[in-house]
Design a protein around this ligand. Structure first.
Ligand SMILES: [Mn+2]
Length: 331
């Protein structure tokens, strides 16, 4: 609680705040930014909101999102910098230098890996979302929770928990969500429809094409799909619309490794790996790539056919003989 009190004292003492969150803005970063921004405005402070990239279309319905600037022009040198949901300053992109020049940096985050770069650090890895910490701050400040704050924080918490499905979801997370729903007549069905269920038509068109390429190898323990720059153009889709598609391969019952080949321009093939148990960062490492044990990738130059052959061969070896340390951990 001491960290909360320190932050609250600074909120009361300082008159002007620049709030900033991370690249690839998500529901937690946007929701936390807007809710805390409103808290400070309601407390009579001068507040500016920033993200190092435009607010994604699906979060544009959140009240106040039009006040978030992706440009650093309005940054105030004398304001306290409040950095939200960032484990390190690199995550703030081109705001990094301005933050580093601020006399007061308030770091509010929930990542275990947070580098404690602030003058004050309110880092709570127990919190499922930064929005959860903002909610506790509002309670500790004994402020009225407005309907817009509640909506933004509900979006923050529900997105960072994958709609209350991930392992970071605790009884406290549900209690916070329950308080938010109780405080105002939020519409969780509408919120989840907008954030989790709706997608552009181009996504479905590209999904249909990519799933049409599905192949299975190694007694159906490896599933692979292939996408290409041409497919994207044909469907009018953006490259980020491919992001979730690889999970379809990994999620097939019995499959251990899911692979997506993306044939880009200039003879480059990007390869994504997903797994249930096998360390695919080691597999990606064999091709000069890297990542996390369950999600990794690499990029190779050359003909798609021979690249695919090499990658599948290595993946088959990984399925047959997973590294001992990970094999031992299998439930
Ligand atoms: Mn977060």
């Amino acid at each position: 609680m001491r960290d909360y009190e320190t932050v609250i004292r600074l909120f009361r003492k300082m008159g002007s705040f620049c709030l900033v969150s991370h690249m690839q803005p998500d529901g937690d970063s946007i929701g936390s930014l807007l809710a805390l921004g409103e808290v400070l405005v309601k407390s009579g402070k001068r507040v500016r909101l920033f993200t190092p990239a435009a607010v994604p279309r699906k979060y544009a319905f959140l009240p106040g999102s039009e006040n978030i600037s992706a440009e650093s022009g309005g940054w105030e040198e004398d304001a306290a910098a409040v950095v939200l949901d960032c484990s390190d300053l690199e995550r703030t992109g081109y705001f990094k230098e301005m933050i580093a020049r601020s006399a007061v940096v308030i770091n509010i985050d929930h990542h275990v890996t947070n580098r404690r770069f602030g003058t004050v650090n309110l880092v709570d890895p127990q919190a499922a979302a930064t929005g959860d910490i903002i909610f506790r701050l509002i309670k500790a400040m004994q402020l009225e929770l407005t309907v817009s704050m509640a909506e933004c924080l509900y979006v923050a918490i529900s997105t960072d928990t994958g709609s209350f499905k991930f392992d970071n979801t605790t009884a406290d997370t549900h209690r916070a969500a329950a308080s938010l729903l109780e405080s105002h007549a939020l519409n969780p069905g509408m919120i989840s429809q907008r954030i989790f269920d709706e997608y552009p038509l181009s996504y479905l068109l590209v999904l249909k094409k990519v799933l049409g390429t599905l192949e299975l190898f190694g007694e159906k323990k490896i599933a692979a799909v292939t996408a290409s720059r041409d497919m994207l153009e044909h469907c009018g889709a953006q490259v980020d619309e491919l992001d979730g598609i690889i999970n379809y391969t990994r999620n097939i019952e019995g499959v251990e490794i899911g692979i997506m080949f993306f044939i880009d321009r200039g003879g480059e093939v990007k390869i994504g790996f997903r797994s249930k148990n096998i360390d695919v960062s080691a597999l990606a490492g064999r091709f000069g790539g890297g990542g996390h044990p369950r999600a990794a990738g690499c990029r190779l130059k050359g003909a798609y056919g021979s690249i695919k052959e090499q990658v599948i061969r290595e993946a088959l070896l990984a399925v047959v003989s997973p590294p001992d340390d990970l094999a031992g951990r299998r439930g």
